[in-house]
Design a binder for this molecule. Structure first.
Ligand SMILES: C[S@@+](CC[C@H](N)C(=O)[O-])C[C@H]1O[C@@H](n2cnc3c(N)ncnc32)[C@H](O)[C@@H]1O
Length: 272
């Protein structure tokens, strides 16, 4: 392989299937950037997988809202393929994508990958997924699927959770519903008075609430940017590692923020 960016052990067939390499096996400017982004994300996840192997002989990574499962495939190819154990499970509601991933995994001989045509919520009670998992990822899982993924990760005692949230409309809708009351109550409501600010603040606030929830459950966080990911505006990356040390005031602050912003009806979603 002539392109220096491609690791010698990487599957050329996979990179072609993911359109990172062209059909004749070349990298173009666009795919070079794509590959750089993939490695950028991989750098965050690799140490989490290393850690998972120190506590489990056969760690399980569950990828929610997997889409075409490019993340699972890249992780399997770069990390798990050369090891005798470790599994990837992709959860995705679109049956045709699940089918496509199964076909590709078979073709590549990636035998420790499984794909289920399930919603994140339904996967919570699926007995096809081990009771404990090591790593949970959710990249651009739509709307509240990220929140379901967090609930799943907490229930299955994940050691680490990697989230790149998508747009989230639920908090903005509740901010909107109580806007008049909030404006009468506090000048802070100016922060979300204009519709575009309601949407953006709602989205930002959602991630703040998710972070507090994770801290209340004993996770230490890195909140950063996933540079230039897929041309998306939604580039916030939340990496959570379970340390067991609960941030003392996280739960209380979470509750107070929801109450102060007239979002009490979301207490069950974010404060559990
Ligand atoms: C924007 S795509 C992201 C796909 C992939 N994670 C990526 O980053 O390329 C979001 C995917 O999540 C799936 N999805 C949305 N809501 C879901 C849910 N509640 N449970 C499972 N999958 C869901 C959609 O079908 C879609 O394939």
């Amino acid at each position: 392989m002539s392109a220096p960016e491609i690791h010698p052990e990487q599957s050329v067939e996979l990179l072609k299937a993911l359109h990172i390499l062209t059909r004749d096996g070349k990298l173009n400017q666009d795919s070079r950037r794509k590959l750089k982004q993939v490695y950028h994300l991989y750098n965050f996840i690799e140490p989490l997988l290393d850690e998972a192997f120190t506590s489990s002989a056969d760690p399980v990574l569950v990828d929610h809202g997997a889409g075409k499962s490019y993340l699972g495939f890249i992780l399997y190819d770069l990390f798990l393929k050369s090891r005798p154990a470790g599994r990837v499970i992709g959860i995705e509601t679109r049956a045709e994508l699940v089918k496509g991933s199964r076909v590709l995994a078979d073709k590549l001989g990636f035998h420790r990958m499984r794909f289920y045509d399930l919603s994140v919520e339904a996967s919570m009670s699926s007995d096809r997924i081990p009771a404990r998992v090591n790593v949970v990822t959710a990249l651009h899982a739509c709307n509240t699927a990220t929140d379901d993924a967090i609930r799943f990760a907490l229930a299955r005692q994940a050691q680490s959770i990697v989230l790149v949230p998508c747009c989230q409309a639920e908090v903005a809708a509740v901010l909107r519903k109580h806007k008049a009351a909030s404006l009468a109550q506090t000048p802070l409501a100016e922060i979300w008075r204009h519709p575009i600010h309601t949407r953006e603040f709602g989205s930002h606030l959602t991630n703040v609430l998710r972070c507090l929830l994770l801290e209340a459950h004993g996770y230490a966080l890195t909140v950063t940017e996933l540079v230039g990911w897929e041309h998306s505006m939604k580039n916030e990356l939340i990496v959570a590692r379970r340390t067991g040390e609960v941030r003392g005031n996280a739960r209380e602050r979470l509750g107070e923020i929801l109450h102060t912003l007239n979002l009490d009806e979301l207490q069950d979603r974010f404060n559990y």
